[in-house]
Design a protein around this ligand. Structure first.
Ligand code: DGJ
Length: 742
């Protein structure tokens, strides 16, 4: 009996090998008869990607989804698919090569040293490295059988957070240079009935405009070609729901992102078998990269998390991961502040700033942040038209230098922070006159400015030194400086480096130059808090956030707009990284503006001396309140309860780890007749067995709350029936504190 089954098996296998049965078995068939298939499971706590080495030694992705209890069963998955023909046999490739049998979008495309453009990749070996109790890295080596080009794929798994980071290292062992035309970080493969992409677009003051739509056959590309403030039109973050758009608490969804502070590209290709191929990494646009013999190229990381419990869970996965592993001091605390940008713009001097420093103390925040306009002498920085590059204090405005302001801050018992934009230069500056060869621009072409400025060539090590020195000089002269706001207001036009021999390296080498500077800065100043800013939120990604404690979401601080902007950012970045300032944008009262800014790191950019007495009193009390609950906002789990896109109000909450404290923010976003919360809003993240009391906080002086304080509710009640914050057109923002009652 055994012998005859084996015979049949061998015959069928031979037919498959000969291609006779190829059309019967779908994609994923390569290995269904291979008795000893090599399966490489990449598993987090709840999620798995299964790789399988085919009899032809090609590595395919055979599974992406909920982790199976029995690892050996991943092997059985390919036989379940009958989706049609994969004429190439490598539609599910773990890293799709180009120029050989592939028919779809490649992950890698090269020209070999001998001019040949074909690439085939076969399994060499793999190993699993345990970084620590929570983190494991699977390393998979692939090689072209004909050419000495080796690709190593890395899969770094964060178990508890359900997060995976993938990247690749491409090594040229050929006798001459190899040109990389495309060199993605990751290549994923998902199977579902339909795919729903949520993507973002934007512009200055319009960051994070969401769109969700069904992916149709073909390729959808998300990308940036702007160079520096790469996110201005499109950020490198997206979500894909499987079968139907996931909701906050239901549905299968992947959140993905390229960790790269420059031109990125994500291809989402619904292939002929209706599977989804996702390829993400550096944008190959104008970026062919030449590898000398012996040289290796390490791609940036591609980050993703997968949830079967909707978008809320996916975002909490990312938040936890970001706080634990990525954002600088992600589990630490942050400095509340008073910023002078909108209070003064470029128009200030020492006495004016000294007053603002006093106001910082009066308000009760931790730090005064001096913004743009403090530097330049030959061409003073009195507008955005001049002086970027000339980082010496303007002697008219600051005759006693930054040191005086630092001292003033100390005398008032507050800290001092300062704005810089070190990557940029105004043509009207001494730096431009002295070092025209440091500027990115096309020789012989008219310069094209963005905000009257140009970008310095960070691929040049001398420029890297200069940029490092801008910050280091400030710190060396004023060691008590407690914070930097690092701005970046221009895109790259006329991409040409006077330094580089190979112009198609400019976009990549710029970003790597930036990282070199940031590495150096962090080696010397490991903990100094720093805000990532780019004319609003024009540049934020998880590679940059390794060096920054926080980021500026948008120059748009109209609180109504801000509810939407913060809402969307919150899917990907935790509250501790959100810098939110109370300003004079928008028509809402100070309470509304402050309540909205509290959903992150609170700051102010207002003229304190012009506040009405009650407004000032409210702000002072609000800062104290904020400090008492910032631990919950910064380190707790976030739950979105009612979306402003679907209601005329927004509601969300943060719950601390022990589930004994929570804060719920509620905002009225519509003002039509009868709008408001007519019904209770179901809470989330509490412990159903615990009991809680609810108190309205952050009340404006002399106002009453309709919310009764004495009542005790079970977590079960609050998560099943809910609670009505009583929002209406007269009570437009309501902050509630929940405390466990024992
Ligand atoms: C753009 C930033 O987003 C603003 O907050 C401010 O710092 C200005 N630049 C200063 O020029």
């Amino acid at each position: 009996m055994k012998i005859s089954i084996l015979k049949i098996f061998n015959q069928v296998q031979n037919l498959v090998k000969a291609g006779v049965l190829a059309t019967v078995f779908a994609c994923f068939t390569t290995n269904i008869f291979a008795q000893k298939a090599i399966i490489i499971p990449i598993e987090t706590q709840r999620h798995a990607v299964a790789l399988q080495v085919g009899t032809d030694q090609r590595v395919g992705i055979t599974y992406f989804g909920r982790k199976l209890k029995t690892t050996s069963e991943y092997q059985l998955i390919p036989a379940m698919y009958r989706r049609g023909d994969d004429y190439s046999g490598i539609l599910n490739s773990a890293y799709t090569p180009s120029g050989s049998r592939n028919l779809v979008e490649p992950a890698i495309q090269v020209t070999h040293a001998d001019g040949n453009t074909s690439l085939d990749l076969q399994y060499v070996r793999h190993q699993v490295h345990k970084n620590d109790k929570n983190v494991t890295t699977t390393i998979l080596v692939l090689k072209d059988p004909k050419y000495a080009l080796e690709i190593t794929l890395f899969y770094k798994v964060y178990q508890a957070e359900d997060v995976i980071e993938q990247w690749s290292v491409i090594k040229n062992d050929e006798a001459g240079p190899v040109v990389l035309h495309k060199y993605a970080s990751a290549n994923l493969y998902l199977a579902a009935g339909s795919y729903w992409l949520k993507q973002y677009h934007g512009d200055w003051a319009k960051e994070m405009q969401p769109e969700e739509s069904r992916l149709t056959a073909g390729i959808k590309v998300l990308d940036s070609k702007l160079g520096t403030r790469a996110n201005l039109y499109q950020p490198p973050i997206f979500m894909v729901s499987l079968d139907k758009p996931a909701t906050e608490d239901e549905g299968r969804v992947l959140f993905g992102s390229v960790e790269w502070t420059g031109n990125f590209r994500v291809d989402l290709e619904v292939d002929p078998l209706n599977n989804l191929r996702i390829i993400g990494g550096i944008n190959p646009f104008a970026s062919a990269y030449t590898l000398a013999p012996g040289q290796a190229f390490t791609t940036p990381l591609f980050l993703y998390t997968y949830s079967e419990n909707g978008k809320g869970q996916a975002s909490r996965n990312l938040h936890r991961w970001a706080r634990n592993y990525r954002i600088l001091d992600g589990n630490g605390s942050r400095l509340t502040l008073l910023n002078n940008w909108e209070a003064t713009y470029f128009d200030f001097d020492e006495p004016k700033l000294a007053e603002l420093i006093k106001d910082t103390k009066k308000l009760g925040v931790d730090m005064f942040l001096l913004d743009d306009g403090w530097f330049g002498n030959k061409y003073p920085r009195n507008s955005d038209k001049a002086s970027l590059g000339d980082w010496q204090e303007n002697v008219q405005k600051l005759p006693h230098g930054i040191g005086y302001l630092v001292k003033e801050a100390k005398n008032n018992n507050v800290k001092f922070g300062i704005w810089v934009e070190p990557e940029m230069v105004n043509p009207k500056s001494e730096l431009y006159e002295k070092h025209p060869e440091w500027v990115i621009r096309q020789p012989g072409r008219e310069e094209h400015l963005y905000r009257n400025q140009l970008v310095l060539d960070l691929s040049n090590p001398q420029v890297q030194d200069f940029v490092f020195d801008v910050l280091d000089n400030i710190m060396t002269k004023n060691p008590a400086v407690a914070f930097f706001k690092w701005d970046c207001n221009a895109v790259i036009y006329n991409a040409h480096s006077p330094y580089l021999k190979n112009q198609s390296h400019i976009y990549v080498d710029y970003v790597q130059g930036l990282y070199k500077v940031l590495e150096r800065f962090r080696a010397k100043y490991p903990k100094l808090p720093m805000m990532l800013c780019s004319g609003g939120g024009g540049r934020v990604d998880y590679a940059a956030l390794k060096y920054f404690t926080e980021f500026w979401l948008s120059d748009n601080t109209d609180p109504l707009e801000r509810i939407f902007i913060q809402w969307e950012y919150s899917y990907f970045f935790p509250a501790i990284s959100h810098d939110n300032h109370v300003t004079d944008w928008g028509k809402q009262p100070i309470k509304f503006r402050t309540d909205v800014a509290m959903m992150g790191k609170l700051g102010f950019d207002i003229v304190v001396s012009k506040l009405a007495p009650k407004d000032l009193q409210f702000c002072q009390e609000a800062i104290k309140t904020y400090k008492s609950l910032s631990d919950v906002v910064w380190h707790g789990d976030m739950f979105r309860l009612a979306s402003p896109l679907e209601n005329d109000f927004a509601s969300l909450m943060y719950v601390n780890k022990d589930q004994n404290r929570a804060v719920m923010f509620n905002y009225q976003t519509g003002n039509r007749y009868g709008s408001g919360t007519g019904s209770p809003i179901q809470l989330n993240g509490l412990n159903r067995d615990k009991k809680y009391k609810i108190r309205e906080i952050n009340l404006y002086p002399d106002t009453q709350t309709p919310i009764k304080e004495g009542t005790v509710y079970s977590g079960d009640y609050l998560m099943t029936v809910g609670f009505n914050p009583v929002l209406n057109t007269r009570r437009t923002s309501v902050v509630l504190e929940l405390t466990q009652v024992k």
